[in-house]
Design a protein around this ligand. Structure first.
Ligand code: FES
Length: 109
């Protein structure tokens, strides 16, 4: 299923245990505007918005990263300029464009 469009997993996949104080950021994930709080990682933004980093090649199960600390390479996503970054160690910024589908990222870069 690697060429099928990624879909939102479902709402409530990830919830904040503690509220975060900070500026509200607006960024785009796969063409959809979402909000985040200053200090969130891109992985947190993805999961808080019911998305996955990718889907498994076998069975299509959603992946949400593995180590969450920049070591496993399981959370690569692309920015609007095509740069690939780890979602778990990249802080969200206002105006960011994020693609979980690397083919779409290349098409829009
Ligand atoms: S989840 Fe392991 S590198 Fe990001």
């Amino acid at each position: 299923m690697p060429n099928e469009p990624k879909q939102k997993v479902h709402q409530g996949q990830f919830v904040r245990a503690v509220s975060r104080q900070g500026a509200t950021l607006r960024l785009t994930i796969d063409g959809e505007m979402v909000e985040a709080v200053e200090g969130d990682s891109l992985l947190a933004v993805l999961l808080l918005n019911g998305r996955a980093v990718r889907h498994l090649e076998f069975g299509g199960a959603p992946r949400a990263g593995f180590c969450l600390m920049g070591a496993c390479q399981d959370c690569w996503i692309a920015l609007g300029d095509g740069e690939r970054v780890r979602a778990c160690t990249t802080p969200a910024a206002h105006g960011m464009v994020i693609w979980t589908d690397l083919q779409k990222a290349q098409a829009h870069a």
